[in-house]
Design a protein around this ligand. Structure first.
Ligand code: 5GP
Length: 107
């Protein structure tokens, strides 16, 4: 599989504003934000889409939800949206699984 743009960001080939990272995920600011806060939670493992997640990946999917909690606390956000676009029909453009973390809709 060709390296995704997100793998290239993780490898430092392409710059991005990093908000958080650990051994399983990286969180960057979306280049074209759709809300005051628009982050992308991206697993280091290059899974193409949510439909490619296997039972062994489920702890990682749980971890993404924990990271969303961490971000909300860190950025003092009272609420947020966590969105996964799955497949072309679901509006997915980058085929390396990621969750959009959006907040700041009432400002
Ligand atoms: P998708 O439509 O696949 O769910 O979302 C892909 C997201 O990645 C889009 O919101 C798009 O703005 C963002 N994106 C695409 N290329 C880059 C990039 O090079 N850097 C950053 N930070 N975000 C990107």
């Amino acid at each position: 599989m060709e390296k995704s743009i997100f793998t290239r960001i993780m490898e430092g080939e392409i710059p991005a504003k990093v908000e958080y990272e650990d051994e399983q995920v990286i969180v960057i600011h979306d280049i074209a934000p759709k809300a005051r806060v628009h982050l992308l939670i991206i697993p280091r493992k290059p899974i193409a889409t949510l439909m490619d997640v296997t039972p062994e990946d489920l702890p990682l999917i749980g971890h993404i939800h924990q990271v969303a909690q961490t971000l909300a606390k860190k950025l003092e956000l009272p609420g947020f949206r966590l969105i996964n676009n799955c497949g072309k029909e679901g509006g997915q453009e980058v085929f390396h699984i990621h969750y959009h973390f959006l907040a700041g809709f009432t400002e």
